[in-house]
Design a protein around this ligand. Structure first.
Ligand SMILES: NC(=O)C1=CN([C@@H]2O[C@H](COP(=O)(O)OP(=O)(O)OC[C@H]3O[C@@H](n4cnc5c(N)ncnc54)[C@H](OP(=O)(O)O)[C@@H]3O)[C@@H](O)[C@H]2O)C=CC1
Ligand SMILES: CC(=O)N[C@@H](CCC(=O)OP(=O)(O)O)C(=O)O
Length: 349
């Protein structure tokens, strides 16, 4: 692969697509060669998004319709799919056949099992033959596989915030087998730019609500990844909440520690697991993360506390759903695939 990798963004007019553009336009080792949107095809990028004027190659780019033949012609070596689930899969297959590596932000390739996909997404998986090949790309956990992959499945926004504090503790055997309880809050951008009436400003402002109870579709990938880490089935309940902010996810997980496990052991395991990970910030015992400190970044801030009276371990995390929960994590994965510094283009606050 050449020194500056040529990249395309499909779904460049959506929330995660726009964030990909913001980061890729300034990435030291990537050049944007194509940006797609059906509704903006033919329009100049800098006209539609004036914030990008005079930044990198933005003034030379025009939106095109998502068409694999023209993407191939553009010379793209990597395609980011910031498309709805069920749509990404339609593009991933021909792009891979055209020799273009795929970094998918949707849920289409996150699950190993086509049956579980059908249970949670209510239709047959259109390309089950690709599920074995795709890598569930949480870079802190699976960097070596990501480096060799041509089909990258970026984790969902909630799952990223849930998995990162839990996986090292499960791998270290510190947690009892009791089901986990997870409660998350998300800003409205998590639902995408084409959201329906319940997500309009007037509907969400001054209001808080839970939704998708008891079976949010992210339970599928979280269950898959936690069970892999633990080496046995892990059960959990998950309740997401919509909060009236643009972006940000704040997650709290309640777990039962094994008898005798101390808060110092929890801290030692997390510190060892993430010692060399630039985007995990371990805040410390009894420290609550705050979304305002991670917005626009690729950081996940993590705190923990032992509630001795109730016998519960409380894990807290915060991230930007559009950042580490989607687009900047996708770029972190591109850096691994291309052999760049894993933090290239991402170390801004
Ligand atoms: N928002 C978030 O916080 C996160 C999102 N994700 C995932 O990333 C993906 C994108 O999300 P988000 O940016 O929020 O979504 P948006 O709804 O904001 O954007 C979707 C994009 O896809 C394009 N698109 C929609 N339908 C089609 C189609 N049938 N064919 C081709 N292009 C299409 C749209 O442009 P146009 O209609 O003009 O073609 C638009 O650019 C989703 O799979 C989402 O689940 C993952 C983690 C977090
Ligand atoms: C607030 C809000 O509605 N959030 C979305 C997050 C989904 C998402 O972006 O995740 P996928 O990539 O798996 O689609 C939801 O709960 O459906």
């Amino acid at each position: 692969m050449s020194q500056k990798v040529k990249v395309a963004v499909l779904g460049a007019s959506g929330y995660s697509g726009i964030e990909l553009l913001r980061l890729l336009l300034r990435h030291p080792h990537a050049t944007l060669v194509a940006v797609t949107s059906r509704t903006l095809a033919g329009k100049a990028l800098s006209d539609e998004f004036p914030r990008f004027r005079q930044v990198g190659v933005s003034d030379t780019l025009t939106f095109t319709a998502p068409d694999v033949a023209s993407l191939k012609q553009s010379g793209a070596e990597i395609a980011f799919l910031a498309l709805p689930h069920g749509v990404s899969v339609e593009y991933a297959k021909p792009l891979l056949e055209a020799g273009i590596k795929v970094i998918d932000l949707s849920a289409d390739f996150r699950l190993r099992s086509a049956e579980v996909y059908k249970e949670f997404y209510a239709h047959e998986h259109p390309a089950p033959e690709l599920l074995d090949e795709a890598v569930y790309a949480l870079p802190e956990i699976r960097a070596e596989e990501i480096k060799k992959a041509r089909l990258i499945a970026c984790p969902g926004c909630y799952p990223t915030s849930i998995l990162l504090p839990l996986i090292p503790l499960l791998k270290a055997g510190l947690l009892a087998e009791d089901p986990l309880a997870v409660s998350s809050m998300s800003g409205a951008s998590g639902a995408g730019r084409n959201a329906s009436i319940p997500l309009l400003f007037c509907e969400v402002q001054n209001s808080l609500r839970s939704y998708s109870v008891p079976q949010h579709r992210h339970l599928s990938e979280v269950g898959q990844e936690l069970s892999l880490a633990a080496g046995m089935p892990v059960k959990l309940s998950f309740v997401p909440h919509l909060v009236p902010v643009y972006a940000g996810i704040c997650t709290t997980t309640f777990a039962t520690p094994k008898e005798g496990v101390t808060v110092e052991q929890v801290e030692a395991v997390l510190k060892e697991a993430y010692a060399d990970q630039p985007f995990i910030r371990l805040l410390g015992k009894n420290q609550s993360p705050d979304t305002k400190h991670v917005m626009g970044t690729n950081f996940v801030d993590i705190g923990w506390a032992l509630d001795a009276r109730a016998g519960r371990l409380i894990l807290m995390s915060a991230e930007d759903n559009i950042g580490k929960g989607a687009s900047s994590q996708a770029i972190q994965n591109m850096n691994l695939v291309c052999g760049f510094d894993p933090a290239a283009g991402l170390m801004s606050v």
